[in-house]
Design a protein around this ligand. Structure first.
Ligand SMILES: [Zn+2]
Length: 454
C-alpha cells in the first residue's frame, strides 16, 4: 500500500513537472529577432519553462506544443527602457506634485509604484533600468523593494536594474531639498541621500548605494530641466569627482549612467569613462565624435522633453525656459548622433510622462531620422548590451530567457505599432494576452492614482 502510494506520488510529481515544462509555440505572421536588419515572415518562438528552445521563420510546430497563434503580428524580444523612474510620477502639475510627495506616506507611494510597474510590463517593456528613486526627507529604498518584490513573484512588473538615490552635488539637479526653505527638513542632505561633494564622498556614496542594493550607479553631472535652483547645462561635478565616480563604480562592477544636458561636462564625463550619457541635449558634434570613439551609449529620452513641451503650463516659468532651451537643442543633437552612427540606447525618462507610454519614443526617434529597424534594436539588443545582460535577454535566441512580445502588423512599416502591444510574455509566463489590466491614462497624470483625495 505504502509502495503504491509512493509510486502514485512519484507519477503525479512527474506529471506536474512535465506540465511546468510544456512547450509553447508562439506563432505570428512575422518575427524580429532583435539583431537582424529585417523582419522575417512566418515567425515562431518555441518556449519551454523560462527559456527559448528554438526560434525562426517557417519552423515546424512540434506535435506536443501548445500553440498560441498571434495572427497578423510581429514577434519581438521584450522591449527594454534604459531610463525610467517607476517609483515616481512627475507628469502632472509640478507644484502639486511636490506637495503630494510630502503629503503622502512613502508606503502609499510604494504601493502606487506597483501599479506603474504593472502598466509598464503590460506595455511590452519586460526590462527597465530605473535611474533614481527618491522621496524628499525619506531614506526608503522603494526601487529596491519594487525590484525584489517583482523578482519574488509577489507583484507583476518588468525585470528592474535599479540605481537607488542617484548621486549629485549640493544644490545640484538631484538635491531633494532644492527650492525649499533652508533646513526645512532639519538637515542638509548627505551621501545617504546621494548628495556628495569631493572625490572621497562620491566614493562613499557609491559604496553606500551598492550596499543598499544598487545594480547601476546614476549621477547628475549637469543641471536639469525639472530642478529649481540650477541652470540646465551647468557642470555640477568636477573631472576629479567623475573620475572617482567611474573608478569606484567599475571596481564594484556597476555601470555608470549620467544625467547630463551640458556639452562641456558631457565631454569630461565621456573622458572619465561613463557608460551612458542620459539626455545629452546640448552636445556638439565634436563631443558626439568622442563618444563614438569611446563607444559611450547615448540614451536620448526624447519623450521627456516632448511631454514637458506639450504641458508647459504645468511647470514654473523658470523650468519652462529650461525646457524650451533643451527642446530646441536636442533634435539636432539626436539627428547628428544618428548620422554619425553612435550607439543609441532606448530610454524615455518614464515618470516625467505617465507610465506605460514608453513606446511613443520609437516614433520620435524615427521622425528625427532613425531607421525603424534601428529604433527597434535600440530597445532590444542595444539596451541589453548597455545594461550588461545581453547573455540572457535582448534578442530572440535559443537558450535566452523567453521575454517575447507581439505588436500588430509590421512595426518597420508603421513604427507606432509598438504602442499597441498585443501580447507579453516574461520568462516564459504570459503576462498579457488581450487588453491591459490597468487602463492607460492618456495625457493625464494617472488622475485616478495621483489624487490624494483620501
Ligand atoms: Zn530621469
Amino acid at each position: 500500500m505504502k509502495v503504491t502510494r509512493c509510486v502514485v506520488a512519484a507519477f503525479l510529481l512527474a506529471m506536474s513537472a512535465r506540465g511546468a515544462d510544456e512547450v509553447i509555440a508562439l506563432k505570428a505572421a512575422r518575427i524580429f529577432d532583435g539583431k537582424s536588419d529585417a523582419v522575417l515572415q512566418n515567425g515562431m518562438v518555441l518556449v519551454e519553462g523560462d527559456k527559448i528552445i528554438d526560434v525562426g521563420s517557417n519552423l515546424p510546430v512540434p506535435s506536443s506544443a501548445r500553440v498560441i497563434d498571434l495572427g497578423d503580428a510581429t514577434l519581438c524580444p521584450g522591449f527594454m527602457d534604459a531610463h525610467t523612474h517607476l517609483t515616481n510620477d512627475f507628469s502632472g502639475n509640478y507644484n502639486e506634485r511636490r506637495l503630494r510627495e510630502i503629503d503622502l506616506n512613502v508606503s502609499e507611494q510604494a504601493i502606487r509604484a506597483t501599479v506603474f510597474a504593472r502598466t509598464t510590463v503590460e506595455a511590452g517593456f519586460t526590462t527597465v533600468r530605473d535611474l533614481g528613486s527618491r522621496f524628499v526627507a525619506s531614506h526608503e529604498f522603494v526601487d529596491v523593494a519594487l525590484r525584489n518584490s517583482i523578482n519574488k513573484g509577489l507583484i507583476v512588473g518588468p525585470r528592474m536594474l535599479v540605481a537607488t538615490k542617484g548621486i549629485g552635488a549640493t544644490g545640484g539637479h538631484f538635491d531633494p531639498t532644492n527650492g525649499f526653505r533652508d533646513f526645512l527638513f532639519g538637515r542638509e542632505p548627505d551621501y545617504t541621500d546621494g548628495i556628495a561633494n569631493g572625490p572621497d564622498e562620491i566614493r562613499k556614496a557609491v559604496r553606500f548605494e551598492v550596499k543598499n542594493g544598487a545594480d547601476v550607479i546614476k549621477a547628475a553631472v549637469s543641471g536639469g530641466v525639472l530642478s529649481l535652483t540650477d541652470e540646465v547645462d551647468t557642470p555640477q561635478l568636477t573631472a576629479a569627482e567623475m573620475a572617482a565616480l567611474v573608478d569606484e563604480s567599475h571596481r564594484l562592477r556597476k555601470k555608470v549612467a549620467v544625467h547630463c544636458h551640458g556639452d562641456q561636462v558631457a565631454r569630461e564625463a565621456i573622458e572619465a569613462g561613463v557608460d551612458s550619457i542620459e539626455h545629452g541635449s546640448f552636445m556638439k558634434t565634436e563631443t558626439l565624435a568622442i563618444m563614438k570613439k569611446k563607444g559611450t551609449f547615448l540614451t536620448p529620452t526624447l519623450m521627456a522633453t516632448e511631454w514637458i513641451m506639450s504641458k508647459l503650463d504645468n511647470y514654473p516659468l523658470a523650468l519652462q525656459a529650461k525646457a524650451k532651451a533643451a527642446a530646441a537643442a536636442r533634435s539636432d543633437m539626436f539627428r547628428n548622433a544618428v548620422k554619425m552612427g553612435l550607439r543609441i540606447s532606448f530610454g524615455t525618462d518614464a515618470a516625467v510622462y505617465p507610465h506605460g507610454q514608453n513606446a511613443k519614443e520609437f516614433k520620435l526617434m524615427v521622425d528625427l531620422g532613425m531607421k525603424p529597424i534601428d529604433a527597434l534594436k535600440s530597445a532590444t539588443a542595444n539596451d541589453a548590451e548597455l545594461l550588461g545582460i545581453g547573455q540572457k535577454v535582448g534578442t530572440l535566441e535559443k537558450g535566452k530567457l523567453a521575454d517575447v512580445i507581439a505588436v500588430p502588423g509590421d512595426p518597420t512599416l508603421d513604427i507606432t505599432a509598438t504602442e499597441r502591444v498585443s501580447f507579453v510574455m516574461k520568462e516564459g509566463k504570459v503576462i498579457r494576452q488581450g487588453p491591459p489590466s490597468v487602463q492607460k491614462a492618456e495625457n493625464t497624470a494617472s488622475p485616478q492614482l495621483a489624487d490624494p483625495a483620501d
